[in-house]
Design a protein around this ligand. Structure first.
Ligand code: IVH
Length: 676
């Protein structure tokens, strides 16, 4: 039950909240047995944060607001030597390009031939610092510069030496990976399953959660492990010449090193190591998501140096997405906010690519046909890291006899007997009934989502509850909610209602871009919505525009223009807009700024991530100056801008066509002046 705030003074309420939060934190993180829903827990946290914001004198040193699920001792630690990430290659070609860059950087007459090959562990990077042979601090990587102090819990990891033998350096930082063995992860989940409790998603997240437990004893009970693979700051140690010697040295000091480390000669041998590691990845009792090659010579490492993100002397080769087979139990269809009917696979849960998958989109009817997957089939499921899982196809040899192909349902499951209609444009089926309750719920949910109006606590469950209880029937209804009625719904205590009210109020100021996203206009994606918002500056200007004016906006083609126009011409939508206006929702966009058209008619391609621009931001900057920014290099390309981890094929193409390849600084000046 969420706690009801009494008519108490802020100081005693803050103390009460701190106790409650600590209690629920322990139930969640230590017992893995939460007593209240996440939303109620969040409500408690928000209430405490609100009191602390208005009464800073009431902030207790160990306030849980600064330590969600973590001990108050998880203080920030600034790494004396940054903990960098690794450059990545997804295939042999990308590795070859990296190797060529490496050779170019070394210059004529010098070459890096010996590489140390290691596995890339899928755990958590930790830096352990020893002073006078004693472990004094262990910190997470954090953002690379500042991590968190997790010493109390690292002290509970048996693999991590607590003291070093005589002769060890005065100061020594060892970097490595904390992980949970797969067998240990399975054991943990078996006991949770037996107790009827929710399971952990994957070993890495479980390891991360275990390292952040408040109670070091509970953390130690998780049997975390650690592999060391790199030195940080060293004062007073032996002078080593090779990275491979680091491993021997770590070993003599008592640090566990992985037994798959190999020194190989030449780029081909590196690629062979990568392939071997990939083929054997499931033989290990720990999860890996790739292999790493590091230049062995420390002198060459020093000369090669680092970029702002990663060292030039190392590369991570990422394994291909993992595939597993499982039973396709059924194919269901979900109805989205625009009435789009999307088929999705309901699978026998399967652990693949680091998490348990039980649903996967099948996109549309053509995809289901093309893949020829039928309920009852054994299908192959593919998943890589955080990427969306995908059904690859059926295992035909295992298909039961007489399995019928799946037919797209003829009608929407909304109960209004509405036929689903296939659109020619995008091969999708739509429910066109404006009264469809599934569509309505989907739209409201989309309107409240983060990219749109960002109304916290207004997810699928809340929307369903509100529409089923007839508190709400469309997006504008969110701003007309009767909160007294909301209070009568089970699970909505005073705090949740007050928080919901506050986040609805805040959402009114989101502005035109997010509002256009929330309106769920067909063909208008998130980027398009922001482009339109920027071009018009106010919703009324869009309402007044004809198709021609709309389609003149850069990035808005005739399809989007027609769709925008049709949306705002619909009287039902016009009345929604007026209700939003009356409710005080802001219709204003970002200021319309006139930018010099320095790139009029030019094409600039961006590859990799830039420091000062998001992916869309860089594109946007080009488009706003009159240029175009397609996804591939051609003869017409003025320049290729290279960021971090660029695509190898784009570089190769630019080199082949003699297109100038520029860095971020040159890009900024190109935007300004239009000249290279
Ligand atoms: S070396 C400067 N070696 O990968 C290089 N990292 O993207 C520092 N990782 O945060 C890292 N296995 O969590 C290195 N054998 C290995 C690794 C490894 C896994 C992780 C580590 C790091 C990330 C870098």
């Amino acid at each position: 039950m969420p706690a009801e705030p009494g008519a108490t003074d802020p100081a005693s309420r803050a103390a009460e909240l701190r106790d409650l939060i600590r209690h629920h934190n322990d139930r969640y993180f230590v017992d893995n047995q939460p007593e209240i829903p996440d939303a109620d827990f969040d409500a408690l946290m928000r209430e405490l944060a609100a009191i602390e914001a208005t009464h800073p004198d009431l902030i207790a040193e160990d306030s849980p607001t600064g330590t969600v699920g973590a001990a108050a001792t998880f203080a920030p630690v600034t790494h004396e030597l940054a903990m960098m990430s690794l450059d990545k290659a997804f295939d042999h070609d990308e590795f070859d390009h990296w190797h060529q860059r490496l050779m170019r950087a070394l210059g004529e007459g010098r070459s890096a031939d010996d590489f140390v090959c290691e596995l890339k562990f899928d755990g958590l990077a930790i830096s352990a610092r020893y002073e006078n042979r004693k472990l004094v601090q262990a910190a997470t990587r954090g953002n690379g510069t500042v991590g968190e102090d997790v010493t109390a819990n690292v002290l509970g990891i048996d693999d991590v030496p607590k003291t070093l033998p005589a002769g060890a350096p005065d100061v020594l930082e060892v970097r490595g990976e904390v992980y949970l063995e797969v067998s240990e992860f399975n054991r943990l989940n078996d006991s949770l399953r037996d107790a009827g409790l929710p399971l952990y998603a994957n070993p890495r997240n479980t390891a991360a959660g275990s390292l952040r437990l408040k109670d070091p004893a509970a953390s130690a009970a998780r049997n975390l492990r650690w592999f060391s693979y790199q030195l940080g700051v060293v004062e007073g140690g032996p002078v080593l010449g090779r990275h491979s010697e680091t491993f021997d040295y770590l070993d003599t000091l008592g640090f566990p090193v992985n037994d798959q480390v190999e020194v190989v000669h030449g780029p081909d041998a590196v690629k062979q190591y990568f392939d071997r590691a990939e083929a054997r990845r499931h033989e290990f009792d720990y999860e890996t998501d790739g292999a790493v090659a590091k230049v062995d010579s420390l002198a060459l490492q020093r000369d090669l140096g680092v970029t702002s993100h990663h060292p030039r002397w190392a590369i991570a080769f990422k394994f291909a997405p993992e595939e597993k087979s499982t039973l396709l139990r059924d194919i269901h269809v979900s109805i989205g906010g625009k009435g789009k009917a999307t088929p999705f696979a309901v699978l026998e849960p399967v652990f693949v690519g680091g998490s348990t998958v039980q649903m996967a989109t099948l996109h549309n009817e053509d995809q289901v046909r093309l893949k020829d997957v039928r309920p009852g089939d054994i299908v192959t499921v593919r998943k890589a890291g955080d990427v969306i899982p995908e059904v690859v196809g059926p295992v035909l040899s295992e298909r039961p006899a007489n399995l019928e192909p799946w037919e797209f349902p003829s009608h929407c499951s909304c109960g209004l007997n509405e036929p689903l209609q296939r659109s020619d444009g995008d091969a999708a089926h739509y429910c066109l009934n404006g009264q469809c309750p599934l569509q309505r719920d989907g739209w409201i949910e989309h309107f409240a989502a983060r990219a749109a109006m960002d109304i916290e606590g207004f997810g699928e469950r809340t929307v369903r509850l509100f529409t089923a209880n007839e508190l709400l029937s469309d997006i504008a209804g969110i701003y007309e909610l009767d909160f007294e009625q909301v209070r009568t719904i089970e699970g909505f205590g005073d705090i949740s209602v007050r928080n919901l009210e506050a986040s609805i109020e805040t959402s009114k100021e989101r502005g035109l871009g997010p509002l256009l996203i929330g309106l769920n206009i067909r063909h208008l994606g998130d980027t398009g919505a922001h482009v339109v918002a920027r071009a018009f500056g106010h919703l009324d200007a869009i309402l007044a525009a004809d198709i021609d004016t709309l389609s003149k906006v850069d990035g808005v083609g005739p399809t989007i223009a027609a769709s925008l126009h049709a949306f705002f011409a619909d009287p039902a939508n016009q009345s929604l807009i007026e209700r939003l206006r009356v409710a005080g929702v802001s219709f204003e966009g970002p200021e319309v700024i006139d930018v010099a058209q320095t790139l009029e008619g030019c094409t600039v391609v961006v590859s990799g991530s830039l420091e000062g621009f998001s992916r869309d931001g860089a594109k946007d900057a080009i488009v706003r100056r009159g240029g175009k920014s397609p996804g591939s290099v051609s003869k017409k390309t003025l320049a290729l801008v290279l960021g971090d981890s660029p695509g190898a094929s784009k570089i190769a193409k630019a080199e082949e066509l003699g297109i100038p390849v520029i860095d971020e600084a040159a890009f900024v000046s190109l935007l300004d002046t239009g000249e290279l």
